[in-house]
Design a protein around this ligand. Structure first.
Ligand code: LMR
Length: 396
């Protein structure tokens, strides 16, 4: 039967890491996958994580299954991290959090739950959105529709077009919003724009589904959660997928949480039972290691402080690289304005190059980025900054 399966091309994002690893050019630069790197071009284990791992070995005495929702302490701290202390929806008993195998796992479980509650529901995603949102959420049976978001000409959000589309979306449809550090554009809503979005969603009975994969990489842990916290305080139902891959550097451990805000505690209990049932039908229960690390760190004042300072360093390093890249590019040429890169946040920005220019960067300079010219800014280093800037200018 397998003879019917054709060979597929590599994943447009993950495939870049494979090609990069094979490249023997000593000057190669990986601006592909959204993985944080330090100035040595490495993705180190965070010190808070390494310490929590030591504590975990002492603390854990069994490898027996965790409960279906995952490590209990981790759900408590994840809820606090996502919603902040004393959030009205949490206080009212309207929130349920479960762990999930990575941000993808959280998104997929949410999609399966939506599919149970409203088969074939319309889910509106930004143009553009993270490439993997489409197969990940669409193959659960949801119908994906698009709303305008990033204007490539002005390198900013076309907020008027976005809001006008929201005003036309049928009641009961869902919209997928990026909490912060929009992937792939790096262009985020301001708090005032979030408020306007909430007004429209509330008036029209549209349900927000928020993907928060980069909490702490934009403006800060609290600031980055502004939109989803405000929506959860105002609207009866909100779906939030939170990944710990980036902000705890736990990529391969697949640590994430799915938080659901329900209209009332009774619906929350029913919804929670359904989520566990969805997970049981796919993977039974989530992996424990990464979530245990999050649990240990966020239950320790000392480790939380260390983690905050490491996360702040990562955020500031990326923001600094953005400024340096803009300075370099404007020094080397004046025909094109790249200042938007310094205004954008998180791992990504579009350079605004054609596919041919992207391929030339790869073939002639061993500089890797997606065909859309999305760069993962964290892949730059001070040492490679000049090399990359000159290469970009040479293909313009
Ligand atoms: C990215 O967009 O590069 C990251 O979210 C990693 C991935 O899985 O695509």
């Amino acid at each position: 039967m397998f003879e019917s399966l054709p060979l597929l091309p590599n994943d447009p994002i993950l495939g870049l890491s494979i090609a990069y690893a094979k490249d023997t050019n000593p000057n190669k630069v990986d601006l592909g996958v959204g993985v944080y790197k330090n100035d040595a071009g490495q993705t180190p284990i965070m010190r808070a994580v390494a310490e929590a791992e030591k504590q975990r070995i002492v603390r854990d005495t069994t490898k027996a299954y965790t409960p279906p929702a995952g490590v209990p302490g981790a759900n408590e701290v994840a809820t606090r991290l996502v919603f902040g202390a004393g959030h009205p929806a949490v206080e009212a008993g309207r929130v349920r959090t479960v762990q999930a195998p990575g941000g993808c796992g959280a998104l997929r479980v949410a999609a399966e739950l939506i599919q149970r509650a409203k088969p074939g529901a319309n889910l509106w995603v930004s143009t553009p959105t993270w490439a993997n949102h489409i197969p990940l959420l669409g193959s659960a049976g949801l119908k994906l529709r698009e709303y305008p978001y990033y204007d490539y000409a002005t390198h900013s959000i076309d907020f008027t077009a976005m809001l006008n589309t929201f005003k036309e979306i049928p009641r009961g449809d869902l919209v997928l919003l990026h909490a912060c550090c929009h992937n792939p554009s790096g262009a985020d809503l301001t708090p005032a724009q979030w408020d306007q979005v909430a007004d429209v969603l509330e008036a029209r009975g549209i349900i927000p589904f928020v993907d928060m994969a980069y909490q702490g990489f934009g403006e800060g842990l609290e600031e980055d959660a502004y939109g989803l916290r405000m929506l959860s305080a105002r609207l009866p139902e909100v779906i939030i997928a939170t990944s710990f891959s980036k902000n705890f550097g736990l990529y391969r451990e697949r640590a994430a949480a799915l938080s659901l805000v329900f209209a009332n505690p009774q619906q929350a209990d029913a919804g929670f039972s359904q989520v566990l049932n969805v997970a049981r039908a796919i993977y039974s229960m989530p992996p424990a290691h990464g979530s245990t690390i999050v649990d240990i760190i966020l239950h320790s004042d000392e480790l939380t402080q260390l983690w905050h300072s490491e996360l702040t360093q990562m955020r500031e390093r990326i923001a600094g690289l953005r400024v340096q890249l803009v300075d370099n590019l404007s020094r080397l040429q004046q025909a094109r304005d790249f200042s938007f890169i310094a205004r954008e946040r998180g791992m990504f920005s579009f350079l605004g190059l054609t596919v041919e220019q992207v391929h030339k960067l790869k073939n002639d300079y061993s500089i890797y980025m997606t065909d859309t010219s999305r760069i993962s800014v964290a892949g730059l280093t001070v040492e490679k900054m000049d090399y990359v800037s000159k290469a970009i200018v040479s293909v313009l």
